[in-house]
Design a protein around this ligand. Structure first.
Ligand code: FAD
Ligand code: FES
Length: 307
């Protein structure tokens, strides 16, 4: 059927990078469309998503983690979760998948020109952020300071490791990485998670005085936000990750003076059609697949707390 919105385009897996291992392993797939015409005409914006299908298994919504400034391929980072994501993880280079999209809204990078950008990510939440900060870094002169705060439970849970370590070396982006505290039988152990990962003052993170040039911390992401003390002046903050991380990171940003309209996040409701037809993802009158997934905190204040 012509113009069938559910018909995916066929894409070939060109590369697979194992980001993390274990029961919630993350793999990044680089894919390109088989049809040269589609390859040339497919456009997307940072923050948008696509429905990926593994033939005979099903579909799942995944954000596009590559940047539209790099053409000819798409990247998706997929965390092992259930049926479809397991089937995706079982695929090899050269296998094909279905891709339909792009869907949803995007981060308003054009509106943010001239502003300082702060990205706060945790775990797989770094995937939607990656498209935005790589895009901003490819248009570096359009933005003020760019700061990345990214945390994971352990060093091996940190995705995009090599890329983050390369970004740490650049002087036009501030990178702060963190690993969660180690837990012992009596609770949190107050020591470095890995050699060289400086411990944050846990009782009063704001009093942490890291050595100049220190960018690797042992601590929770929201505490690192407080320790880094980003200024709200002319700034936008984007936070994606586990809901508990977002909750405390946003609270700490507000303590630093950030307002609701300066803070953005993405919502992840269960999705089926991805195009506003099935009603699976709605919150009140909003369809997250169409009207989201990107929302500012001031937008979220106005909708029911069903997410
Ligand atoms: C807008 C959007 C963007 C997303 N981007 C990414 C991404 O970049 N990378 C990534 O790894 N995942 C992403 N996800 C989540 C991804 O879509 C789900 O993990 C995937 O659909 C699970 O499919 P499955 O068949 O493997 O799991 P299933 O077999 O369907 O489910 C396994 C378990 O996961 C739970 N689950 C499934 N989907 C969701 C969901 N959306 N939210 C919460 N729990 C869920 C189920 O309740 C069940 O417990 C995104 C979701 C949305 C809505
Ligand atoms: S996923 Fe069907 S309406 Fe949003």
């Amino acid at each position: 059927m012509e113009n069938n919105p559910y018909k995916p385009e066929i894409a070939v897996i060109e590369k697979i990078r194992e980001e993390t291992t274990g029961p919630r392993a993350i793999k990044t797939f680089t894919v390109s469309f088989q049809d040269e015409k589609v390859k040339k005409s497919f456009t997307y914006k940072s923050g948008q998503t696509a429905m990926l299908s593994v033939f005979g298994k099903g579909e799942c919504m995944i954000c596009i983690t590559s940047t539209p400034t790099k053409k000819g391929f798409l990247e998706f980072s997929v965390m092992l979760q259930g049926k479809v994501t397991s089937a995706l993880h079982a695929l090899k280079v050269g296998d094909t998948i279905g891709v339909r999209g792009p869907y949803g809204n995007d981060f308003p990078l054009d509106k943010w020109k001239g502003k300082n950008l702060l990205f706060i990510g945790g775990g797989i939440g770094q995937a939607p952020l990656r498209s935005v900060y790589l895009n901003a870094l490819d248009n570096r002169k359009d933005y003020g300071d760019i700061t990345l705060i990214y945390g994971a439970r352990t060093l091996s849970d940190l995705a995009y490791k090599e890329e983050m370590f390369e970004l740490e070396k650049r002087d036009d982006v501030n990178v702060f990485l963190c690993l969660d505290w180690k837990f012992g039988k009596d609770g949190i152990i107050d020591e470095e998670a890995e050699e060289g990962w400086v411990t944050i003052n846990r009782k009063e993170p704001a009093k942490t005085k890291p050595r100049k040039g220190t960018s690797r911390f042992t601590g929770f992401v929201p505490e690192v936000v407080t320790a880094v003390k980003p200024s709200p002046e002319n700034a936008i903050a984007v936070s994606c990750g586990p809901p508990i991380m977002i909750k405390y990171a946003v609270a700490n940003l507000k303590t630093l003076g950030f307002k609701d309209d300066q803070i953005y996040t993405t919502l992840e409701m269960r999705m089926k059609c991805g195009i506003g037809k099935c009603g699976r993802c709605n919150i009140g009158s909003i369809y997250v697949c169409k009207d989201g997934p990107v929302f500012s905190m001031s937008q979220l204040e106005k909708i029911p707390k069903e997410y």
